[in-house]
Design a protein around this ligand. Structure first.
Ligand SMILES: Cc1cc2nc3c(=O)[nH]c(=O)nc-3n(C[C@H](O)[C@H](O)[C@H](O)COP(=O)(O)OP(=O)(O)OC[C@H]3O[C@@H](n4cnc5c(N)ncnc54)[C@H](O)[C@@H]3O)c2cc1C
Ligand SMILES: *[C@@H]1O[C@H](CO)[C@@H](O)[C@H](O)[C@H]1NC(C)=O
Ligand SMILES: *[C@@H]1O[C@H](CO)[C@@H](O)[C@H](O)[C@H]1NC(C)=O
Ligand SMILES: *[C@@H]1O[C@H](CO)[C@@H](O)[C@H](O)[C@H]1NC(C)=O
Length: 451
């Protein structure tokens, strides 16, 4: 027996979509996941989870399964070390963490395996690329509430609630940005606003064995903590995974955006991922004064067959994460795809899942009040999701202004101090309580007995 009188369809089976499906299914809600790819998988790289991400996973009941697939028996302290990219081993700032600030580095594929391992995968469908959502003609009755998803293989699926977990290139986002986009009578092409823009940053990613890095003469120990090499318009972030045997490396090259020329970078550089010659990668940094003998350049020289990824972000930030009247909600990158500079993207997605699932599974939630529930989710999550999106961009503006007449070490220390605090130290419980309270005030939920 289903616990609710509504059905849910999740579009996208990435880290956020699969965790959301697990949490809803565990609560007895009828949910199905539709993933475009032929199999569940993530591009082979590590992902860093901050303390707030770890707490969200704990609250969702998946932390032990995730830990079991990581190299750690419990979350770990991950103090970031900021160093100069120009030459050897000049430490700029050692970001101190308290004993409570425990995060987790994990391989993306291992994370998905952990969730798949505890999920009933009968609810998951592969090779299902959603290309359109059509809203049922709205009449006054709740039984008409819902949407039909259309897939590229010609099939379709109907559900009361659609959750867009389809990442930065989200198809579902359009139906939230343009509230009429899913109407049969509405010309969908009228408004092509996607709130998607090239960030100005490109990333070169690699997973390097520690032994290779050491053999190449890199002096700084990259096996113990995350390190950020800083410069002008260039920076590199590394963190150890698999107990330090593998170093996850992401090198960023950024075009400074001129804010006065709004829209100058709206043209998306294609393709999004492109193989580049190693020499091009190395020169990209050397031309900005990074010395050939520096640890950073030696590290880049270890990257075999690098690819350049154009990093896109949700921009401008969404004015709503839901189309409540149509029963559509966005989670994860679909809602707030951000620059990866704080390593906070997926953690915001997990927080979305916590808030949305706690609201949906509330005993008083049902089809007749779903619209109010979605609005409560939006109010609880959007300010914070958009705040972290903005903070991630600010972090990029700090790490790419270092030295060679930019920021001094002292400037950097001042700007970096406490930068993760609002992301890591946040009371999600409080957000959920406020959402519940507002639903009681609107008489969607019954008033507490005492009042
Ligand atoms: C270089 C880089 C480094 C990063 N490092 C970190 C980090 O250290 N820490 C961190 O927290 N975050 C990091 N991020 C961000 C993080 O990767 C994202 O926030 C996270 O993957 C978002 O998860 P998601 O489930 O919302 O979306 P995704 O992981 O993008 O998953 C979306 C899924 O939807 C599917 N899909 C897409 N369109 C459709 C469709 N139309 N129909 C059906 N299925 C569809 C896709 O195939 C995919 O499986 C990084 C990002 C980049 C680019
Ligand atoms: C929107 O996109 C469609 C399909 O790509 C195109 O045919 C249409 O002209 C676009 N509309 C606008 C207003 O740009
Ligand atoms: C990294 O590699 C070096 C050289 O091979 C080795 O001495 C060191 O123990 C390795 N560290 C880890 C954590 O694997
Ligand atoms: C839905 O929930 C509301 C609030 O708890 C309740 O008043 C209403 O009767 C419920 N409707 C159905 C069809 O269960």
């Amino acid at each position: 027996m289903a616990s609710k009188d509504f059905t849910v369809a999740i579009v996208g089976g990435g880290m956020c979509g699969l965790v959301c499906a697990y949490a809803l299914a565990k609560a007895g809600i009828l949910v199905e996941v539709f993933e475009a790819a032929p199999e569940f998988g993530e591009v082979g790289a590590g992902v860093g989870l901050g303390p707030n991400a770890v707490r969200a996973l704990d609250r969702l009941g998946v932390l032990s399964a995730v830990l079991a697939r990581s190299e750690h028996s419990s979350p770990v302290l991950r103090p970031f070390l900021f160093v100069s990219g120009y030459d050897a081993q000049e430490v700029i700032y050692d970001y101190s963490v308290s004993d409570d600030d425990r995060g987790l580095p994990i391989h993306r594929a291992a994370f998905l395996d952990a969730i798949i391992g505890i999920s009933d995968m009968k609810i998951a469908h592969l090779n299902k690329r959603c290309i359109a959502v059509q809203h049922t003609h709205v009449s006054a009755t709740a039984s008409d509430f819902g949407s039909t998803l259309f897939f590229s293989d010609g099939t379709s699926h109907r559900a009361h609630l659609v959750i867009g977990a389809d990442g930065i290139k989200s198809t579902i986002r359009k139906y939230v940005v343009d509230p009429l986009a899913g109407d049969a009578e509405h010309n969908t092409n009228r408004n092509n606003k996607t709130n998607l823009a090239f960030s100005g940053s490109s990333a070169y990613r690699g997973l390097l064995p520690n032994s290779t890095v050491v053999a190449a003469g890199v002096k700084i120990d990259l096996t113990v903590q995350p390190v950020c090499f800083c410069g002008i318009d260039r920076h590199i972030i590394t963190f150890p995974i698999q107990a330090g045997r593998i170093i996850n490396v992401v090198a960023f090259s950024t075009i400074t955006r001129d804010n006065s020329a709004t829209g100058a970078l709206d043209e998306l550089p294609h393709p999004w991922v492109q193989p580049v010659a190693k020499q091009e990668l190395v020169e990209t940094f050397e031309t900005r004064g990074w010395g050939a003998d520096s640890d950073a350049i030696k590290l880049l020289n270890c990257m075999e067959n690098p690819s350049r990824w154009s990093i896109h972000t949700v921009e401008p930030p969404l004015l709503s994460y839901v189309n409540a009247a149509r029963g559509i909600a966005l989670i994860g990158d679909a809602a707030h795809g951000m620059l990866p500079h704080l390593g906070a993207g997926v953690g915001q997605g997990f927080e979305d899942v916590v808030v949305l699932t706690e609201l949906l599974t509330h005993p008083e939630t049902n089809l007749s009040n779903l619209e109010h529930i979605l609005n409560a989710y939006d109010s609880a999550r959007r300010p914070r999701g958009n705040m972290v999106l903005e903070a991630s961009a600010r972090m990029g503006r700090i790490t790419t202004r270092y030295g060679k007449s930019g920021y001094s070490n002292e400037d950097m220390r001042t700007k970096l101090a406490g930068i993760w605090s609002p992301v890591w130290h946040h009371d999600l419980h409080e957000d959920i309580n406020k959402a519940m309270e507002s639903l009681r005030e609107k008489c969607v939920f019954k008033q507490a007995e005492s009042s």
